[in-house]
Ligand binder design. Structure first.
Ligand SMILES: Cc1cc2nc3c(=O)[nH]c(=O)nc-3n(C[C@H](O)[C@H](O)[C@H](O)COP(=O)(O)OP(=O)(O)OC[C@H]3O[C@@H](n4cnc5c(N)ncnc54)[C@H](O)[C@@H]3O)c2cc1C
Length: 368
């Protein structure tokens, strides 16, 4: 089958991978270069973790996602996952943590509570409030996102898959199904996937009330030298207190990539095509959060702040819609990268008619 895919982020690329390895003919159309540095998928690393609060369906999917990444590594001949574990921090009765641990128990995923002595000894760069606690979960890591996207594009090119860079789609013709490019050309196929990330509603305005672009800031930092070793191949950090709306995270300095700090609070604003220069107050807000989690946080040097866009749904579940014969998918809300290879496989099955749409939609929304 010839399948037209709009958007070459992780969703478009991995769906093309799954289609091509099954003998189909994907055609990728991307408004910028492939990979596009403006895509949500473009960053040095992205977290993969099984802790998912009450969203047990997504926790279970993460285990399938690990297996799907292994299939991708085998094809790429490179393993772009650094297993780091995750340090979960927060009040002992934090509901998200209680639910996450219950989910890990059901899935048989090991974790260990750390007392304050153990925390200080193993993770000297972490310093949390006296009434917060810590757990270490071994099954977590950092996916080297930009290397994954670049290698996927290379794998597709090597198999002569049609990748069209700088080919913005300006109109969906979902009943054919086909799309119109900015230069007027029509590109048609047997199936059509819109995987356009934060730009989706430009082509499907009817989704504007359900899919909201959200400008987010991350900050790459250099820790004080005394903590170098702790950050190098250290764990992901997730520090959460839902009573106060606090959610700080950090990715370690792995594979030559600097440590990265961020938060999971949606701004629900901004235009992905506007100036992306991070504002001092955006950077300042992340550094202020870090002071609740990191020892000597004021001594961290900012190397590079970055602006990136989430595409957020109200309940943070991934969205799939049919528009005529086209399928629109947004697997984001700030947590979609970890499922990349797996989502590609499921989306390919849907597009070639081997999976019912409702079953796919339920699965994508974390419903199993
Ligand atoms: C700051 C930040 C931190 C995150 N952290 C994590 C994390 O730790 N773990 C995790 O699992 N997930 C994380 N995510 C979420 C994850 O990155 C996204 O879920 C995922 O990358 C979405 O991929 P996508 O392919 O759907 O969209 P995108 O990567 O945005 O790809 C969409 C592509 O479509 C192209 N396009 C758009 N419109 C058109 C058009 N009209 N014509 C042609 N091409 C078009 C765009 O140029 C783009 O390349 C994070 C996201 C952000 C922003």
């Amino acid at each position: 089958m010839r399948v037209v895919i709009v958007g070459a982020g992780i969703l478009g690329l991995s769906t093309a991978w799954a289609l091509a390895r099954a003998g189909h003919e994907p055609v990728l159309l991307e408004r910028g270069p492939i990979p596009n540095p403006l895509a949500s998928s473009h960053d040095r690393h992205r977290a993969i973790r099984v802790t998912y609060g009450a969203e047990h369906g997504y926790a279970r999917m993460v285990l399938d996602a690990f297996a799907a990444w292994e299939r991708l590594w085998a094809d790429l001949g490179a393993r772009h996952l650094v297993e780091t574990g995750q340090l979960v921090l927060g009040p002992p009765d934090e509901p998200w943590i209680e639910d996450s641990l219950a989910s890990l128990d059901r899935l048989g995923v090991a974790y260990e509570p750390l007392d304050r002595t153990g925390l200080a000894r193993r993770f000297p760069h972490v310093r949390i409030p006296a009434d917060h606690a810590a757990w270490f979960v071994g099954r977590a890591g950092a996916l080297l996102a930009d290397r994954i996207c670049a290698d996927l594009a290379g794998w597709l090119r090597a198999r002569n898959v049609e990748l069209h860079e700088h080919a913005p789609v300006v109109e969906l013709l979902p009943d054919r199904p086909a799309v119109r490019l900015e230069d007027g050309r029509l590109v048609a196929g047997d199936a059509l996937l819109l995987a356009a990330g934060a730009w989706t509603t430009g082509l499907v305005p009817a989704l504007a009330d359900r899919l909201r672009p959200s400008r987010q800031t991350v900050v790459y930092v250099r820790p004080p030298a005394a903590f170098d070793a702790a950050w190098r191949d250290g764990p992901l950090l997730t520090h959460k207190d839902t009573r106060t709306g606090f959610l700080f995270y950090a990715l370690p300095a792995v594979a030559g990539v600097a440590a990265k700090l961020g938060d999971h609070k949606f701004t629900l604003g901004g235009d992905p095509d506007a100036d992306r220069t991070p504002l001092p107050e955006e950077v300042g807000a992340i550094l202020a959060l870090a002071r609740h989690t990191l020892a000597e946080a004021e001594r961290y040097e900012v190397l590079e702040p970055r602006t990136c866009f989430y595409t957020v749904t109200e309940d943070e579940r991934f969205l799939a819609e049919r528009v005529g014969r086209a399928v629109v998918v947004s697997a984001c809300s700030g947590h979609g990268f970890k499922f990349g290879a797996l989502t590609g496989e499921w989306t390919a099955e849907l597009l070639v008619g081997r999976l019912e749409f409702e079953a796919y939609r339920r699965w994508l929304a974390g419903g199993g």
